[in-house]
Write a protein that binds this ligand. Structure first.
Ligand code: SF4
Length: 159
Protein backbone atom coordinates (compact mmCIF):
# COMPACT_ATOMS: atom_id res chain seq x y z
CA UNK A 1 0.00 0.00 0.00
CA UNK A 2 1.03 3.61 -0.34
CA UNK A 3 1.92 5.62 2.79
CA UNK A 4 2.84 9.26 3.21
CA UNK A 5 5.07 8.95 6.25
CA UNK A 6 6.58 6.53 8.75
CA UNK A 7 4.38 4.62 11.16
CA UNK A 8 4.06 6.46 14.46
CA UNK A 9 3.56 5.24 18.02
CA UNK A 10 2.72 6.94 21.33
CA UNK A 11 0.61 9.49 19.44
CA UNK A 12 -1.99 11.18 21.70
CA UNK A 13 -3.69 13.58 19.29
CA UNK A 14 -5.49 11.17 16.93
CA UNK A 15 -7.73 9.29 19.37
CA UNK A 16 -7.89 8.12 22.98
CA UNK A 17 -4.83 6.61 24.64
CA UNK A 18 -1.38 6.05 23.20
CA UNK A 19 -1.84 5.19 19.56
CA UNK A 20 -0.04 3.93 16.52
CA UNK A 21 -0.79 6.08 13.47
CA UNK A 22 -0.69 5.00 9.85
CA UNK A 23 -0.55 7.86 7.33
CA UNK A 24 -1.97 6.88 3.95
CA UNK A 25 -0.98 8.64 0.73
CA UNK A 26 -3.50 10.00 -1.78
CA UNK A 27 -6.56 12.25 -1.44
CA UNK A 28 -8.57 13.78 -4.28
CA UNK A 29 -10.47 16.20 -2.08
CA UNK A 30 -8.01 19.12 -1.80
CA UNK A 31 -9.76 20.84 1.09
CA UNK A 32 -8.81 24.47 1.52
CA UNK A 33 -6.62 24.69 4.65
CA UNK A 34 -5.70 20.98 4.65
CA UNK A 35 -2.78 20.44 7.02
CA UNK A 36 -1.24 17.65 4.92
CA UNK A 37 -1.27 18.71 1.22
CA UNK A 38 1.83 16.58 0.63
CA UNK A 39 -0.45 13.55 1.07
CA UNK A 40 -2.72 14.44 -1.89
CA UNK A 41 -0.68 13.00 -4.78
CA UNK A 42 -1.66 9.38 -5.41
CA UNK A 43 1.83 8.80 -6.84
CA UNK A 44 3.58 10.45 -3.89
CA UNK A 45 4.76 8.92 -0.67
CA UNK A 46 6.17 5.41 -0.83
CA UNK A 47 5.03 1.81 -1.29
CA UNK A 48 5.24 -0.67 1.56
CA UNK A 49 3.75 -4.13 1.84
CA UNK A 50 1.03 -4.96 4.34
CA UNK A 51 3.24 -7.67 5.86
CA UNK A 52 6.07 -5.17 6.39
CA UNK A 53 3.60 -2.82 8.12
CA UNK A 54 2.45 -5.63 10.42
CA UNK A 55 6.07 -6.48 11.27
CA UNK A 56 6.72 -2.89 12.27
CA UNK A 57 3.47 -2.48 14.22
CA UNK A 58 4.07 -5.52 16.37
CA UNK A 59 7.24 -3.92 17.74
CA UNK A 60 5.18 -1.04 19.20
CA UNK A 61 4.48 -1.75 22.89
CA UNK A 62 1.82 -0.28 25.17
CA UNK A 63 -0.46 1.11 22.48
CA UNK A 64 -4.25 1.32 22.98
CA UNK A 65 -4.95 1.20 19.29
CA UNK A 66 -4.21 2.37 15.79
CA UNK A 67 -5.59 5.35 13.88
CA UNK A 68 -5.68 5.54 10.08
CA UNK A 69 -5.02 9.08 8.86
CA UNK A 70 -4.38 10.61 5.48
CA UNK A 71 -4.50 11.34 2.78
CA UNK A 72 -7.68 9.34 2.50
CA UNK A 73 -7.54 5.89 4.13
CA UNK A 74 -10.73 4.88 2.33
CA UNK A 75 -8.99 5.02 -1.06
CA UNK A 76 -7.03 1.94 0.10
CA UNK A 77 -9.78 0.19 2.03
CA UNK A 78 -8.75 -3.44 1.48
CA UNK A 79 -5.24 -2.94 2.85
CA UNK A 80 -6.50 -0.77 5.72
CA UNK A 81 -9.08 -3.36 6.69
CA UNK A 82 -6.55 -6.18 6.62
CA UNK A 83 -4.22 -4.23 8.92
CA UNK A 84 -7.10 -3.15 11.17
CA UNK A 85 -8.46 -6.67 11.65
CA UNK A 86 -4.96 -8.02 12.27
CA UNK A 87 -4.25 -5.29 14.88
CA UNK A 88 -7.46 -6.13 16.72
CA UNK A 89 -6.87 -9.89 16.67
CA UNK A 90 -3.11 -10.08 17.19
CA UNK A 91 -2.38 -6.96 19.24
CA UNK A 92 -5.73 -6.37 21.01
CA UNK A 93 -5.88 -2.80 19.73
CA UNK A 94 -8.95 -0.67 19.02
CA UNK A 95 -9.29 0.85 15.57
CA UNK A 96 -10.01 4.46 14.55
CA UNK A 97 -9.97 6.10 11.15
CA UNK A 98 -10.34 9.54 9.69
CA UNK A 99 -12.11 10.04 6.38
CA UNK A 100 -13.05 12.92 4.11
CA UNK A 101 -16.15 10.86 3.24
CA UNK A 102 -19.13 11.04 5.57
CA UNK A 103 -20.40 7.93 7.31
CA UNK A 104 -23.49 8.03 5.08
CA UNK A 105 -21.39 8.24 1.90
CA UNK A 106 -19.31 5.25 2.99
CA UNK A 107 -22.44 3.26 3.76
CA UNK A 108 -23.90 4.11 0.36
CA UNK A 109 -20.62 3.24 -1.38
CA UNK A 110 -20.73 -0.25 0.12
CA UNK A 111 -18.10 -2.74 -1.01
CA UNK A 112 -14.60 -2.53 0.43
CA UNK A 113 -15.19 0.95 1.87
CA UNK A 114 -18.10 -0.25 3.97
CA UNK A 115 -16.22 -3.40 4.98
CA UNK A 116 -13.47 -1.20 6.42
CA UNK A 117 -16.08 0.86 8.32
CA UNK A 118 -17.30 -2.39 9.90
CA UNK A 119 -13.78 -2.95 11.30
CA UNK A 120 -13.74 0.39 13.13
CA UNK A 121 -14.43 1.41 16.73
CA UNK A 122 -14.51 5.08 15.75
CA UNK A 123 -14.76 7.14 12.57
CA UNK A 124 -14.02 10.85 12.33
CA UNK A 125 -15.90 11.73 9.19
CA UNK A 126 -16.24 14.49 6.64
CA UNK A 127 -13.84 16.86 4.91
CA UNK A 128 -12.06 19.71 6.65
CA UNK A 129 -14.01 22.92 5.99
CA UNK A 130 -11.92 26.00 6.71
CA UNK A 131 -14.96 28.21 7.30
CA UNK A 132 -16.06 25.82 10.06
CA UNK A 133 -12.66 25.49 11.70
CA UNK A 134 -12.86 25.12 15.50
CA UNK A 135 -9.70 24.51 17.53
CA UNK A 136 -11.67 23.43 20.61
CA UNK A 137 -13.00 20.22 19.01
CA UNK A 138 -11.65 16.88 20.17
CA UNK A 139 -9.45 15.19 17.54
CA UNK A 140 -10.99 17.09 14.62
CA UNK A 141 -10.58 20.39 12.90
CA UNK A 142 -13.98 21.64 11.72
CA UNK A 143 -17.51 21.61 13.10
CA UNK A 144 -18.97 19.52 10.26
CA UNK A 145 -16.76 16.59 11.25
CA UNK A 146 -18.16 14.05 13.68
CA UNK A 147 -16.55 11.61 16.09
CA UNK A 148 -18.69 8.50 15.67
CA UNK A 149 -18.27 5.45 17.85
CA UNK A 150 -19.18 2.31 15.93
CA UNK A 151 -19.87 -1.36 16.39
CA UNK A 152 -20.14 -3.60 13.33
CA UNK A 153 -20.69 -0.48 11.24
CA UNK A 154 -23.56 0.87 13.33
CA UNK A 155 -23.30 4.18 15.20
CA UNK A 156 -23.50 3.57 18.95
CA UNK A 157 -22.48 7.07 20.11
CA UNK A 158 -21.60 10.46 18.69
CA UNK A 159 -19.19 12.77 20.54
S1 SF4 B 1 -9.88 15.07 3.22
FE1 SF4 B 1 -8.23 15.39 4.73
S2 SF4 B 1 -6.30 14.91 3.65
FE2 SF4 B 1 -7.90 15.15 2.09
S3 SF4 B 1 -7.67 17.31 1.44
FE3 SF4 B 1 -9.27 17.22 3.04
S4 SF4 B 1 -8.21 17.64 4.99
FE4 SF4 B 1 -6.64 17.11 3.43
Amino acid sequence: MRLSGPLEHDNIVNGYGLRAVLWTQGCFRRCKGCQNPETWDFNGGFEVSVSEIKDRLKKFKGQAGITFCGGEPFEQPEDCKEIADWCRKELGWNIWSFSGYTYEQLKKAGGAKWEFVKSLDALIDGPFILEQRDLTLKFRGSRNQRLLHLKNGEIIKEE
